[in-house]
Design a protein around this ligand. Structure first.
Ligand SMILES: [Zn+2]
Length: 602
């Protein structure tokens, strides 16, 4: 055998092996274990113990109660943070709601912390015996309205396939299990990006909605997924949702901590990620991803925990966890860095971008800083948009130190502090394991309305919320032959803000209103004026009327953007409606002119 031939043979073997390896790698990547098989794999790999056979014993709440605990001062609260699973804090009443085991009840008594059981919350704890079926189901057992991670991700894929011109699914990083099992278990972290992908030649507003960073806060992932459903279903039929996707990019990350969520699907009250290498035993292992962020990580006393078993464990170092790194890297790609390096540098007035982190619970909405009640450099603007967002669900809008407690290493502080974008944490509803009836009746619709407003403001979050909203926009008739006028009517409203007493946003009288055709005001070249129905602009709530002349328009559908200005000179975000202009009537298709007579002539 010649040397040449031998070399060729060796090269052939290597090539074959490489091909085999690549195929094997590809096959593994396509294969993702779920349910009992996954748990066995995690057990064999020494990552997590296989849950005991009796599901009634596998939960981490056996024998625990939910208690309301009184404390005296911030130091005592920090002691509670280190010792028990604190769910919620009322700093005005100086009490905390927490999950406490029998041993912890003794510790509270010995430590002089008076407490009483919240019997309804104890009764609402997930019943581990109900979790007979594992994570390959479509919904969390006992909570039919909440999709599992697997179902969420397959639904996101379906949306991307169904709406290729509007939706794109991005894999933005791997979960901890995925890295530790070479892809056999665990997940990609997925971001669904919604926008009209044909329209690219102008600046789009950027909105990121992230959910379920704390997996046991069950309602959050579903709200985010339903937001995607609503936007895609409404595109082309609802003119207001249509322009939101034409002129913005909306990024939805429904499952920011998918590994942790799979333990919730099996009955655990899981808050952290699933990193089991820091020394604490399952199921108390993991890192709190909303304390692990790289902006001012481990910054203030009592703002996060160094205790590896604490529910607030901040991790070994800033952004030590793969989920944290994936989210931060993605946010840094979506948003330009618009804030200076200094702690007190404000982001500019024309900053583009809104970030929303959905958590629960408390019916609260936090604006930065989350690590301090020292006013953030853009506090007035941040609070102003926060109050607009809080209007729809009627949530209290506040700095977290003043209405719950302060914390460091959060994603919201990262998004504002590092990138300068308007950033918020929602605390949805009244419980972690929110009933589906409360979710349907009191969370879903008002939060979707709030997210729609966030999208409307995303391009200029520090400017647009200063102006009035336009509501109840109607075109009459909505379908008209060329040359006939359309009457537009709407309401301009400068009063839609959350808050009460001295805690409210001031409102101003409406001073002007206008509309543009087929382009929002920042891209339009011509405007028409709307008038106050009562003849005078003298109120912060005005009925508007105007006439749209269709002479010279070609047949087709048109989007009309309406906006209003307050007496401080601030224009608010637009509200859109659509009209259809048709060719003049022919004898074959007579138009009943009586029906189309406009009500107002100018
Ligand atoms: Zn949370």
């Amino acid at each position: 055998m010649s040397v040449k031939r031998a070399v060729a043979q060796v090269v052939g073997w290597i090539g074959g092996l490489c091909l085999l390896g690549a195929l094997l790698f590809f096959a593994v990547q396509q294969f993702n274990l779920a349910g009992p098989a996954r748990n066995i794999l995690l057990d064999v790999a020494g990552i997590a113990p296989s849950p005991v056979e009796d599901p009634c014993l596998q939960n981490n709440v056996a024998g625990a109660i939910v208690a309301r605990i009184d404390y005296n001062d911030a130091e005592a609260l920090h002691t509670l943070f280190e010792q028990v699973d604190v769910w919620h804090v009322d700093p005005e009443q100086l009490n905390a709601v927490a999950l406490v085991s029998p041993a912890q009840q003794q510790w509270l008594t010995d430590g002089g912390f008076p407490f009483s059981e919240e019997t309804e919350r104890t009764a609402d704890l997930p019943n581990p015996c109900a979790f007979q079926t594992l994570a390959d189901n479509n919904a969390i057992p006992g909570y039919a309205c909440y999709r599992t991670v697997t179902k969420t991700h397959s639904d996101l894929e379906s949306l991307a396939e169904q709406y290729p011109d509007l939706a794109e699914l991005n894999d933005i990083g791997n979960s901890w299990y995925k890295i530790r099992t070479w892809g056999l278990a665990g997940f990609d972290i997925q971001a669904l990006v919604l926008t009209n992908r044909q329209s690219t030649d102008f600046e789009k507003g950027e909105l990121v909605v992230m959910a379920a960073q704390h997996p046991r806060e069950m309602a959050t992932a579903e709200v985010a997924t339903r937001f995607a459903d609503m936007l895609l279903e409404g595109y082309g039929t609802d003119p207001d949702l249509t322009w939101l996707l034409d002129y913005n990019r909306i990024h939805i990350i429904p499952q920011a901590n998918p590994d942790g969520r799979t333990w919730v699907e099996q009955g655990y009250l899981w808050r952290k990620n699933t990193n089991s290498t820091n020394g604490c035993e399952f199921p108390r292992s993991g890192v709190d991803l909303n304390r692990n962020g790289s902006f001012l990580w481990n910054h203030c006393q009592g703002c996060s925990s160094s205790d590896i078993c604490s529910v607030f464990y901040r991790g070994e170092s800033a952004a030590s966890e793969p989920e944290t790194r994936a989210i931060e890297a993605y946010l840094s790609t979506v948003f330009a860095d618009q804030r200076g390096e200094g702690y007190n540098d404000p982001a500019p007035e024309d900053t583009n971008g809104v970030f929303i982190s959905l958590h629960s619970y408390g019916r609260l909405l936090f604006y930065p800083w989350e690590h301090s009640s020292t006013p953030a450099p853009n506090q007035d603007e941040l609070r102003r948009l926060g109050r607009k967002l809080g209007y729809f669900p009627d949530y209290r809008v506040c700095n977290p130190e003043l209405c719950m407690y302060r914390f460091d290493g959060s994603t919201t502080d990262y998004a504002y502090g590092t990138l300068g974008v308007a950033s918020y944490t929602y605390e949805l509803g009244t419980a972690f394991f929110q009933s589906c009836s409360y979710f349907d009746e009191s969370i879903l619709d008002p939060i979707l309305e709030s997210l729609v407003y966030a999208a409307k403001a995303a391009r200029r979050p520090y400017q647009l919320p200063a102006g009035p909203d336009v509501t109840d926009a109607v075109a009459d008739p909505a379908r008209v032959p060329i040359g006939m006028a359309v009457t537009l009517s709407a309401t301009a409203d400068d009063t839609r803000s959350a808050g009460s007493g001295s805690d409210t946003e001031p409102s101003q009288p409406i001073s002007a209103a206008r509309f543009s055709i087929d382009a929002p005001s920042w891209l339009a070249t011509t405007f028409e004026t709307l008038q106050p129905l009562d003849g005078d602009y003298d109120s912060s709530l005005e009925s508007l009327t105007g006439a749209l002349d269709t002479t010279g328009l070609q047949p087709g559908a048109y989007t009309i953007f309406l906006e209003a200005q307050d007496s401080d000179g601030n224009w608010g975000p637009p509200t859109a409606l659509s009209i259809e202009v048709v060719a003049p009537a022919t004898e074959r298709t007579p138009i009943q002119h009586k029906l189309y007579l406009p009500r107002v002539w100018h």
